[in-house]
Write a protein of this length. Structure first.
Length: 91
């Protein structure tokens, strides 16, 4: 079971046929983010990410917590349909 977390900065990604990344890098104290997407998609986390269909898969309407490093960004690409991914920094 996930322990309680404090939500921080929220960014969205328009998930489409080409990779798109969040505008701002994760904060200096961000080591975990919460992902939720309206559509199935693939995502990657790097300093300058470009998502492909070979990356980690996130099912539609699913919430996932992942570990990140401050200063990184996340990018996503659709599996079959366009939608929106919400990325919330947590502490």
């Amino acid at each position: 079971m996930k322990s309680a977390s404090r939500p921080g900065a929220v960014q969205t990604i328009s998930v489409a046929a080409t990779s798109a990344a969040v505008s701002n890098a994760f904060g200096a104290q961000t080591y975990q983010v919460r992902l939720a997407s309206t559509v199935a998609c693939y995502y990657t986390v790097e300093a300058s990410p470009t998502a492909t269909t070979s990356d980690s898969y996130l099912p539609a309407n699913w919430v996932e917590y992942i570990t990140v490093t401050p200063g990184q960004k996340i990018a996503a690409i659709r599996a079959t349909a366009d939608g929106t991914m919400t990325v919330t920094e947590v502490s």
